[in-house]
Unconditional design. Structure first.
Length: 82
């Protein structure tokens, strides 16, 4: 999926090159500054993100809307919970 294929209702937060636990910590901070119901794409190259991001969303009350596997990376669409 190219950047132009992404829905424009959410920004892409580039977390490529960061390893556990930084993607989750930075995502938590960024989502805390958004209103409830806002959506954010995370892009990460951390191989553990496929486990960490869904677990983070579940624990924090956010909704993981979509996960996309890219070449050497993953994108996660998260909707901020309340």
């Amino acid at each position: 999926m190219a950047d132009t294929d992404l829905p424009r209702d959410a920004d892409v937060y580039d977390l490529r090159g960061l390893n556990c636990p930084l993607p989750v910590l930075k995502a938590r901070k960024r989502l805390a500054g958004l209103p409830q119901g806002a959506r954010l794409w995370l892009e990460t190259t951390d191989p553990l993100a496929v486990l960490d991001i869904p677990a983070f969303c579940n624990e924090a009350g956010h909704s993981l809307i979509e996960t996309i596997a890219l070449d050497g990376a993953h994108r996660f669409l998260i909707e901020r919970g309340g």
